[in-house]
Write a protein that binds this ligand. Structure first.
Ligand SMILES: NC(=O)c1ccc[n+]([C@@H]2O[C@H](COP(=O)([O-])OP(=O)(O)OC[C@H]3O[C@@H](n4cnc5c(N)ncnc54)[C@H](OP(=O)(O)O)[C@@H]3O)[C@@H](O)[C@H]2O)c1
Length: 177
């Protein structure tokens, strides 16, 4: 049973730029169309839990739906799922402990946690077991931060680092208790 973050950040720790854009993710030349480990990661999880802002970004992507596992959108304001996504996501709310209990009861144990505020709310309750962070060599100078304040230190053990295309540094950490 694990809650895992798999996310790309700038060198200065942002997951979207000041305009909420992700274009900077494309600075990495990728002639062979590598997914940088994404499909392998998706095979290990049972479902995704993403924040409403991330869901709204994914809705704007167009093209094929990028996920092959159930997606739960955390939101207290979304009253209905936009047209075209009804069979793809479910809205979920409540305390994180309640959300997790509900998902575990439904057989979803290994969860991909996505979105800045969402990751921060899980970390604030020490509910993240693994962090897989892919850093791009760019300073955005502002934007949506991955991390926020915490009331206490959270220590992680380094498991692995992979470098893709001599540009992307993917670090894998596990919570150390
Ligand atoms: N670089 C990457 O790999 C990457 C990955 C993911 C996202 N992003 C980018 O990051 C941005 C989104 O991140 P974000 O920090 O703005 O927000 P987010 O975490 O995606 O969404 C925040 C929203 O999720 C809901 N939420 C979060 N925690 C909740 C909780 N415990 N209970 C109920 N609802 C909860 C709330 O929605 P309500 O206001 O509706 O209650 C909250 O406003 C987007 O620009 C996206 O493109 C980048």
């Amino acid at each position: 049973m694990s809650n895992i973050v798999y996310i790309a950040t700038s060198l200065d720790g942002y997951i979207a730029d000041r305009n909420g854009k992700l274009d900077w993710l494309k600075i990495v030349p990728n002639p062979e169309g590598s997914d940088f480990g994404f499909a392998d990661f998706m095979n290990k999880i049972d479902a995704l839990v993403m924040g409403r802002n991330t869901f709204e970004t994914v809705c704007r992507f167009g093209g094929d739906w990028p996920y092959n596992k159930p997606v739960f959108v955390l939101s207290t304001t979304l009253k209905s799922i936009p047209d075209g996504f009804v069979d793809k996501v479910e809205i979920i709310s409540g305390s994180l402990q309640t959300v997790l209990t509900t998902l575990h009861e439904r057989g979803f144990y290994n969860l991909y946690i996505d979105g800045g505020k969402t990751v921060q709310s899980f970390l604030a309750e020490d509910l993240i077991d693994e962090l897989i962070i892919t850093r791009l060599p760019i300073l955005l100078g502002g934007g949506t931060p991955l991390f926020g304040n915490l009331s206490d230190h959270l220590e992680f053990e380094h498991l692995n680092t992979e470098i893709f295309n001599k540009m992307l540094v993917q670090d894998h950490y596990k919570r150390k208790f």
